[in-house]
Structure formats: C-alpha cells, structure tokens
Design a binder for this molecule. Structure first.
Ligand code: NDP
Length: 488
C-alpha cells in the first residue's frame, strides 16, 4: 500500500514483538481536523494474527499468575512513569487522531497515569477474606485468582483512559490480555502499548491487535481461549458481545451508551448549573458516554436558565484542538459528523426549535474537518427522538417540567441509565432524586460527565451489564473467588 504524508506505520504487539499482520494490508487512521491527514497506518489483522495473540496470552498465563500480585503492581508503577514521561506525545497523537483539544487529551493522559498508580497500589492490597468456619479447628478463607485470558475491546472517545482502566486491573490481578482498540483511535492505543512494552512486561502478557470490529472484535468474542471479555462501545455491539459471551459461558462486562439528563430546579444556583451543563454537554464535542444531553428545567426558571445557557454557548470557540484558545474540537469521524447532522435535522422535523448552533463550519481551516457549532434545541418533548436516543455529539435538548416528580419522570424516560444529575438547594428534592433516578452515576450539583477513578463506574438499563469498572469494583470482574477450607 502506498502511504500518504510519510505517516508512520504501527504494528501489532504479540508475544513482546512488534509484528505485521499476515494479511499484508494496512488501515489508515485519519484526522478529524483534516481528513486528508493520515495520522498513521495500522494493521488490518485477520484470524491468523488473532490466533497468535491468543496463543501467546494462553502460554503466558501460568507464569504471570505465579509472579504474584505485588510484582505485577510494581510493573504498573513503571508503566505509569513511562506514560508520564511521554505525556506530550501521547496527548498530541490523541488530539490529532480523534480531535479532542490538547488540554483535554493531556488531562486524559494524566488520568491514565493516576489509574495505573491506583491499580499498581492494588498489588499491595488484600485479595481475599477470612470467614469463620463452623468447625473451630478449621480455617476458611477466600482467595481471589485471575480469570485467565481477558479480551479487551475499546471505543475511540477516550482512547487513553478507557484502555488503561481495563488493562491495569486485568494485569494486576494476574490475567493476560488480548486488546483490540477502536480502529479510529488505534495509533493512540499503539502509543500506550509502547509504554507498557518499554516498562518490561513479560512475553505474551499483553497482546495488541488492530483490525475491524466485525473480524477481530467478533473473533475475540468467538475465540475458544477467551475466559472473559470487557467491552466499552455502542449499545448495539455491546448487546451482541454480551449475547455471544453468555452463549459460550464467558464472563462479560459491557459498558454502552447514555442519554444523560440534568435537572435544574428553581432553587438551584443557575450560574453553576449553566457552567456544568455547558461543560457536560460540549466538552469533548459531546462525545462522552456520560455527556449531558437532555436538560430538564423547572418552569419557574426555564426562560432565565435558557438565556444564560445561550449566552455562555455563544462564547465557545470551535476549531483545531492543537491551537490555543480552542474550547471544542471537531466530531471524531465522518460517520460521527453525519450522525450529529442527521439528529439536527431529526430534531427540526420533530418540531423542536433549534435556538443555537448546529451549523457546519466552513472556510479555511474548517473545510476538510468535521466541525460544527454546539447546538441547543428548545420546545423539546420527552417522546422526541432527540430526547430519547444517544446522539454522541454537542447537542442539548431542553425540556420544561412543572415539578420535581415530572422532571424525574422525563429524566427516566429513556432506555439508558448511565449518569444523571440535579441542581437544587433543597435537601428533600435531592434525596428524592437519589432514590428515584434510574442511573448508575448520580450527581448532585455537579455535571453529569465526570467520574473519580477510585469509585465504581457503570450504568443501569441499556447502559451496561455485568460488574462495574474502576476502583475496587474492578476486582469483581477480573478475578474469580476460590473458597478454601482447611481442616486443622
Ligand atoms: P462501537 O460499538 O462502534 O465500537 C466499539 C468497539 O467495538 C470498537 O473497538 C469496534 O471496533 C468494536 N466493534 C465493532 N463491531 C464489533 C463487533 N461486531 N464485535 C466486536 N467488536 C466490535 O462504539 P464506538 O467506538 O463508536 O464508541 C462510541 C460508543 O461507545 C457510544 O455509544 C458511547 O456511549 C459508548 N461509550 C460508552 C462508555 C461507557 O463507559 N458506558 C464510555 C465511552 C463510550 P472498530 O473500531 O474496528 O469498529
């Protein structure tokens, strides 16, 4: 294949070697800031490559388990150091490859480092409990052991943090891994894997393979050596991953989409609510699973809130995320760009009123990229598609509600249940919200997007199945429990 722009080619990493695919074919990863810019070439892998990755992971299993949790933790500390040393290069690659601004990409890389250090620390924490036996002379305890070979499939929107929040616990708890990133973020993923490699992982412990979802993603789920699969991505693919894993008796964890509501009550601090809605809805161009996408406002403050929101939205600068002063980058890909444009049209045709943004940016610096301005729809009703479906772009649906009860009903009226927040100064309103809202992440006077790495992360309803990710919760997924009974 003839390569453009002298862009680098990235290989798969199998059994501690950087190798080309047996297909001898490459895929290109293009920049959403300029579709003529190839950020890098990656392997178009096939089943043969995947079999090699699984074989390496299978062979490495026993030795990796035996080196012990403490030693595995120490290795993760080294990985964290290597990523920290390369933070500028990794962040710049992420910005070029998926479009989020450089400060956001740096923040994400720093988050990755913090996650690695958290799980490195797990190397020194307990991995079981002593339980009193009915026989006083017996010792009964649990011991957490690795699951085996874990498949990891990730999306493009957090190309650094999501791989790390799966890889770090998988490895520290003693599993070996076959990792497939989203093709659109595979150059950034390769840079992360390079850091793991530089830190000195033993052979076969982490295997990295790039290829299409339908071939390599599906191939991971179907592979006979797979013991567990952790997936983050869209609802449709996530459900088929869960189905496939359940059929073959493989442990699974799938994190999917969201339609995250924010409720603003009349007793809220409106300025901080506006700030949180802007950040939650438009940071990362709305391409966060926890992004704010419907905002339900109590009638008494609806107009005032709307005016403040419009004023702040106007200040948002859209453009190339490598440039200073840019607040919001482009949509991450042509298909994402098309989806957002489609939803703008759907909103209009459903009778909602577009009161801000939603316009494709044209002219120098914009023509070859996927840029549009952040959009706000007014006069939205709860049954409209823009109030029900995940858009995964910078679009807010504003809905008016007469009471807290009505607001919660509207907020819950979607198949998703990932994150939700309320702005209120009334303690009984917030207590009712905590009880009644259907979401895995419940946030009070804080934006819907925003998670802490030491706390469980995941959704209800169609947003997720299986045990939670991050914090201590990850141990549940990446280990099995052995209950041991020793008769004295
Ligand atoms: P996709 O579901 O399209 O892709 C996710 C991953 O699955 C990619 O690596 C993709 O590979 C792979 N894949 C695609 N088809 C298959 C298949 N048939 N079998 C196995 N794997 C497959 O999601 P996106 O990458 O578009 O990510 C956006 C979605 O992710 C949004 O819905 C968002 O809400 C969700 N998300 C959820 C989060 C959460 O924690 N709940 C966090 C972040 C995002 P390829 O790239 O090669 O197609």
């Amino acid at each position: 294949m003839v390569t453009k722009n002298n862009s680098a080619t990235f290989k798969n990493f199998i059994n501690n070697e950087w190798v080309s695919s047996q297909s001898n074919e490459l895929l290109e990863s293009v920049s959403p800031m300029n579709k003529n810019e190839v950020v890098g070439y990656v392997q178009k892998s096939i089943q043969e490559d995947l079999d090699k990755a699984f074989k390496a992971a299978e062979n490495a299993k026993s030795a990796w388990r035996k080196i012990g949790q403490h030693a595995r933790g120490q290795l993760l500390f080294k990985v964290a150091d290597v990523i920290e040393e390369n933070i500028d290069e990794i962040a710049e690659t992420a910005t070029r490859e998926m479009g989020k601004t450089l400060p956001e990409a740096k923040g994400e890389t720093a988050r990755g480092v913090a996650i690695l250090r958290y799980y490195a620390g797990e190397g020194m924490r307990k991995n079981g409990d002593v339980i009193p036996a009915s026989d006083k002379d017996a010792l009964m305890f649990t011991k957490r052991v690795p699951v085996g070979v874990v498949g990891i499939i990730t999306p493009w929107n957090f190309p650094i943090a999501i791989p790390i929040w799966k890889l770090a616990p998988a490895l520290v708890y003693g599993n070996t891994v076959v990792f497939k990133p989203a093709t659109e973020a595979s150059v950034t993923a390769a840079k992360i894997v390079e850091c793991f490699a530089k830190a000195g992982l033993p052979e076969g412990v982490l295997n990295f393979i790039v290829g299409s979802g339908s071939v390599i993603g599906q191939g991971i789920i179907d592979h006979e050596s797979l013991n567990a699969i952790s997936f983050t991505g869209s609802e449709g693919v996530g459900k088929s991953v869960a189905k496939g894993a359940a059929l073959s008796g493989v442990k699974y964890q799938v994190e999917m989409g969201g339609k995250n509501p924010v409720i603003v009550m009349k007793d809220a601090d409106l300025d901080s609510a506006v700030e949180a809605v802007i950040s939650g809805a438009f940071r990362s161009t709305g391409q966060k699973c926890t992004a704010t996408s419907k905002v339900v406002v109590e009638s008494a403050v609806y107009e005032e809130f709307k005016q403040k929101l419009l004023m702040e939205t106007e200040k948002i600068t859209v453009g190339n995320g490598l440039n200073e002063g840019i607040w919001m980058g482009p949509c991450a890909s042509q298909s994402q760009f098309n989806t957002v444009k489609d939803y703008i049209e759907i909103g209009k045709s459903e009778g909602a009123k577009l009161i801000a943004g939603g316009k494709v940016l044209e002219g120098e610096g914009f023509d070859d990229g996927f840029y549009l301005t952040p959009a706000i729809f007014d006069e939205v009703t709860a049954d409209m598609r823009i109030a029900q479906e995940e858009i995964f772009g910078p679009v807010i649906a504003l809905i008016e509600a007469g009471s807290l009860e009505e607001a919660i009903k509207i907020a819950n009226d979607t198949k998703f249940g990932l994150s939700a927040s309320i702005f209120t100064s009334n303690i009984s309103s917030l207590m009712e919200f905590i009880d009644e809202i259907e979401a895995g992440l419940v946030r009070i006077n804080a934006e819907s997007a925003g998670v802490e790495l030491q706390a469980p992360f995941g959704g209800m309803k169609s947003s997720g199945y299986g045990s939670r990710e991050q914090g201590e919760a990850a141990q549940e997924f990446y280990t099995e429990i052995k209950t041991v009974f020793i008769k004295g």
